[in-house]
Design a protein around this ligand. Structure first.
Ligand SMILES: N[C@@H](CCC(=O)N[C@@H](CS)C(=O)NCC(=O)O)C(=O)O
Length: 216
C-alpha cells in the first residue's frame, strides 16, 4: 500500500490519512511529491487518470483519491482498528463532522494555511472567528455525546480526529483562541507519537513556500 503525500510542513490534506494510518498501525510506504517543486505529482495524476492532488493511495492495483474516501476505505478494510467508533449514533456524528471539515471551514483553511513551522500571533478575520465559533460548537456537541472515555472526539482516536488534525496546527501556528475542550483535544493530538514524527519531518524539510510563510 503506497500513500502519496506532499510537504509535511504545508500539506494539510496529506496529514489526514497519514496520521490515521500511523495511529491505527496500518503499514504503508510513503511517497513524498512536493508539487510546487517539480512535476512528479502532475505526471502521476496523468498516468493514473486522477486529479494531480495529494493524498492518493495506491492499493491492490487501484488508486484512491480524496482524503475522506481514503479514510472510509481504510475503515472498511481494517474494521478491527476502530477508525470509526463502534456506536452507530456516535459514528454518524463523527461522519457529519468529518464531512463538514471536508467541505467547510473555508475561511480557516484559506486564511490560516497549515504551516507546522509557524509560530505567529494572528488577529483572525470575522470569517475566521466564525469558523472558530463553529469549532467550539462542534466540540461541545462531542463533549455532550454519549461516548467512551478518552482524549479524542469519540474517546479513542478515529477518522474524525484525522480530518481535524491539521486544525491543531492552524490554531497552534497562528495563536488562535479556541474553546477549552478544543484546546484539550489539540494537546492530545499534538502529543501523539505519530504527530511528533510528522513534526520532526516537517522541521527537517528544506522546501519552502514563501506565500504560506508570509501569512500571519
Ligand atoms: N479534496 C481533496 C483535496 C486535496 C488537495 O487539495 N490537495 C492539495 C495539497 S494539500 C494538492 O494536492 N495540491 C496540489 C496542487 O495544488 O498542485 C482531498 O480531500 O483529498
Amino acid at each position: 500500500m503506497r500513500l502519496h503525500i506532499a510537504y509535511k510542513n504545508y500539506s494539510s490534506w496529506s496529514l489526514r490519512p497519514w496520521i490515521a494510518m500511523k495511529v491505527a498501525g496500518i503499514e504503508f510506504e510513503e511517497n513524498l511529491l512536493p508539487f510546487a517543486h517539480g512535476d512528479e505529482l502532475a505526471k502521476l495524476g496523468a498516468r493514473l487518470g486522477v486529479p494531480a492532488k495529494v493524498p492518493m493511495l495506491e492499493v491492490d492495483g487501484r488508486v484512491l483519491w480524496e482524503s475522506l474516501a481514503i479514510l472510509e476505505y481504510l475503515a472498511e478494510r481494517y474494521p478491527e482498528r476502530g477508525l470509526w467508533p463502534a456506536d452507530a449514533g456516535l459514528r454518524a456524528l463523527a461522519r457529519c463532522a468529518a464531512a463538514e471539515m471536508h467541505s467547510g471551514f473555508t475561511a480557516l483553511r484559506t486564511n490560516c494555511p497549515m504551516n507546522c513551522r509557524a509560530s505567529k500571533q494572528m488577529t483572525p478575520s470575522a470569517a475566521v472567528e466564525a469558523d472558530l465559533r463553529r469549532l467550539a460548537e462542534l466540540w461541545a456537541r462531542f463533549e455532550a455525546a454519549d461516548k467512551p472515555t478518552g482524549d479524542f472526539l469519540c474517546g479513542a482516536f478515529s477518522n474524525v480526529d484525522a480530518m481535524y488534525a491539521p486544525v491543531m496546527w492552524r490554531v497552534r501556528g497562528y495563536g488562535l483562541a479556541v474553546s477549552p475542550a478544543f484546546a484539550r483535544w489539540a494537546e492530545a493530538v499534538y502529543a501523539l507519537p505519530a504527530m511528533r514524527e510528522w513534526e520532526a519531518a516537517a522541521q527537517a524539510e528544506s522546501w519552502t513556500m514563501p506565500e504560506y510563510d508570509a501569512v500571519g
